[in-house]
Design a protein around this ligand. Structure first.
Ligand code: ADP
Ligand code: SF4
Length: 698
């Protein structure tokens, strides 16, 4: 039997938030409140459909009045392999979506689907069909594939495929059916765009012509399913590229005016995805507000917009000011599927706010199931049976000592506390948070502190969790404490040697070479420039530190063996912004180079292809290459365990076990708490969804 994680009695909703719980009519259907989970990718889609369906059901349970799919392929001539999205090519795909809509309807929410024909955006690696587009162009991926220009028969076919998809969607139980023309990712937006459409017929040229296909598909969809389903349009009103694209003062607005009252709902945002899902490093909550503000003035139909909204007061002001009718969310609904319920129950302080890190987005880019820094249960609802708000009670009346109050120790304490164990959390420093304290103080990363804030508050409310600060424990103290279980969550430190992906031995250095570790730089050590920062880590740290050093007035050169600065941030949609920012700040970027020697005044760098070397000025060298687990305590405790009677169980988690993302550390803490006293979880870590073998006769 599960028990609610929240043991405190729920108070009543603050009447200021009543407006968020009003129903809204969307064509023939009505949503019970104004919380609207807009379509979002999840890396599960057609490949892990049970995981996808369960995750959507949990959102509905958490109070989202509308819960939508990700983009859903409607025809094999446009498929996104290896990216995993929804797939509704024919009736064989219906059961996946029926399961999803059933799960959503169980909780009284509406289910929305976003059919999509990607066209130019995909090379069709699985189906091997030649992609189709308004005009002949290479596809967006750097594959050696060109799309062909659609003729009138192709356009008729495409309209028919959209209609068939809409009818199938209705049969699958969807209440809201999208016509998707956003993100520069699909044929309808490509037709609209002067960049992609240079046709000379009635589908090219004037805006009216370029919008013809969109208007036709909207009308076709309304005719096909509009009697019982709401027909929504998802449209990027502003492409943030000036006159090369749609703008909210120009053609973006014109399109909304032209089609104003045809759809039953306008779901509006900025385009493309990089702009729509900006991280907190580059944009605040509500960053799209000014761009979409005009839409409500142009249409009589309800409008939903997004902007990483997590504050209920902000949500209320969006409604009362007439900016939006529905509060759209992808990331805030991932970080906290129960956000609406928590507002409803007057539990604002329990909201697990999105930190805007885009770890969720990386799942889509790496074709892996959705994960989230703040919500360790995301993507695990079906395969591990983890619910974001419920957890089994303790298996026995036992105690747990957790050493280290970073993300992993904090999450373990929170979840073990919710299970009812007697928990003691010991932290060496004066503050809980570990790495997020340091990282949250770096330029643009302040929102990351929410990881610690949420958990620190939660455990402060639990009578069975005790926290000791300024308590650096030794092995003897750990063992003398006498807990039944010991968890070591002592984190990791950045390595100064330069060993990493590129260098397998420490980088040679001359006497007088000045090398500083990441922590020293982050904590404001005295620095002499010029600084060379060697980024062989490729996520955010190298770029963020370069930014910090440059802000302090130093001459900074970022050297990386990869072709781009902060290479892996392509997966968080940030790379172009990071590189642009570094260049604009005057930071030198030397790609495709290793560092082979550190001198007192220079660093020797070598081309990764030719090995040709040259010296660059360097009086301080900062390697961002790898982290080493802080595991001495673990080994010391382990060495003594065998000598003791009634020895506790000993486990290390998070960065002191395997240094990784903050998301991985939170997940490790949560997993420990879930699996304590559950031998079944050791035998089979999670349920798998196996491919179905085809009948050999078909
Ligand atoms: P993770 O990401 O795995 O949670 P962090 O590095 O963020 O790891 O946090 C580790 C925490 O452990 C830090 O706050 C650090 O001060 C604390 N710590 C390290 N060694 C000890 C110790 N011996 N006793 C108590 N706390 C410790
Ligand atoms: Fe928000 Fe980060 Fe979670 Fe995505 S992964 S929902 S950005 S906290």
């Amino acid at each position: 039997m599960n028990r609610p994680e929240q043991t405190r009695e729920a108070s009543r909703r603050d009447p200021r938030y009543d407006i968020l719980f009003e129903p809204v009519q969307i064509g023939p259907v009505q949503t019970r409140n104004r919380f609207y989970q807009v379509p979002h990718c999840n890396g599960m889609g057609h490949q892990f459909p049970s995981s996808m369906a369960e995750m959507r059901g949990v959102k509905a349970e958490g109070g989202w009045g509308v819960v939508c799919t990700e983009q859903v392929e409607i025809h094999h001539t446009s498929e996104l392999t290896p990216i995993i999205e929804g797939r509704l090519w024919d009736d064989a795909d219906l059961p996946v979506f029926q399961r999803m809509t059933d799960k959503i309807h169980e909780h009284g929410s509406l289910a929305g689907i976003e059919p999509c024909y990607d066209g130019l955006a995909t090379p069709n690696r699985y189906s091997r069909e030649v992609p189709m587009a308004p005009s002949a162009r290479p596809v967006a991926y750097p594959d050696p594939v060109q799309a062909r220009a659609m003729d009138k028969t192709d356009i008729r076919n495409l309209r028919r495929w959209y209609v068939e998809a809409a009818k199938r969607s209705k049969r699958a139980g969807f209440d809201i059916i999208y016509v998707y023309a956003g993100h520069d990712l699909n044929a309808l937006s490509h037709f609209l765009s002067r960049r992609w459409n240079d046709r000379g017929d009635e589908y090219g040229g004037s805006l009216e012509n370029r919008a013809r296909l969109l208007r036709e598909v909207l009308s076709d969809t309304k005719d096909a399913v509009g009697d019982t389903c709401g027909v929504a349009i998802r449209f990027g009103v502003e492409e943030m590229m000036g006159s090369d694209g749609l703008t909210s003062a120009g053609e973006g607005r014109d399109v909304v005016e032209m089609l104003a009252d045809i759809p039953d709902l306008w779901d509006v945002n900025v385009s493309d995805w990089d702009n729509d899902s900006m991280t907190s490093r580059f944009a605040e909550e509500g960053f799209q507000d000014d761009h979409v503000a005009f839409v409500k003035k142009v249409t009589q139909k309800p409008v939903v917009g997004v902007g990483r909204y997590t504050s209920p007061d902000k949500m209320v002001s969006l409604i009362t000011s007439g900016a939006l009718d529905l509060i759209g969310a992808a990331r805030p609904s991932i970080a906290d599927p129960f956000l609406p319920r928590k507002i409803q129950e007057g539990r604002i302080e329990d909201i697990r706010e999105c930190i805007g890190c885009n770890i969720c987005v990386t799942a889509d880019f790496t074709s892996s199931p959705l994960r989230c820094t703040q919500n360790p249960t995301m993507g695990e609802e079906w395969r591990r049976g983890w619910h974001p708000e419920r957890i089994d009670p303790r298996h026995a009346d036992e105690t747990v000592l957790i050493v280290g109050g970073g993300p992993s120790g904090l999450e373990a304490a929170r979840a073990l506390g919710a299970r009812g164990y007697g928990v003691t959390l010991a932290e060496a420093t004066a503050q809980l948070g570990g790495r997020v304290l340091m990282e949250g103080a770096l330029p643009g990363l302040a929102a990351w502190r929410r990881v610690a804030d949420y958990r620190t508050y939660q455990i402060s409310q639990m009578a069975n969790v005790e926290t000791y600060l300024e308590s650096p424990l030794t092995a003897n103290q750990v063992l003398e404490f006498g807990a039944d279980h010991v968890v070591i969550a002592t984190g990791a430190t950045w390595c100064e040697s330069g060993v990493g992906r590129e260098n397998h031995k420490p980088i040679a250095r001359a006497p007088g070479a000045n090398v500083l570790a990441v922590e020293a730089v982050a904590e404001g050590a005295e620095i002499t420039g010029p600084v060379v920062l060697f980024d062989d880590d490729h996520f955010y740290m190298g770029g963020v530190l370069a930014e910090l050093l440059r802000r302090q007035g130093h001459e900074v050169t970022l050297v990386t063996p990869m072709p781009l600065a902060s290479y892996w941030t392509q997966n968080t949609l940030e790379q172009e912004r990071i590189q642009a920012r570094l260049l604009e700040m005057g930071i030198g970027i030397v790609p495709l180079h290793n560092v082979t020697h550190i001198g007192a005044e220079t660093a020797e760098i070598a081309c990764v292809y030719t090995e040709r070397t040259r010296d660059i000025a360097c009086r301080t060298f900062v390697p961002v290459t790898m982290r080493r687990p802080v595991e001495t305590l673990y080994h010391e405790v382990q060495a003594q365990l065998g000598k003791r009677e009634n020895a506790p169980s000993l486990t290390r988690i998070g960065d002191c076990f395997g240094p990784g993302t903050i998301a991985a550390a939170v997940y490790a803490g949560h997993r420990y708490a879930r699996e304590l006293g559950d031998p079944a979880s050791q035998a089979a870590p999670f349920r798998r969804e196996l491919p179905r073998l085809a009948d050999l006769n078909t």
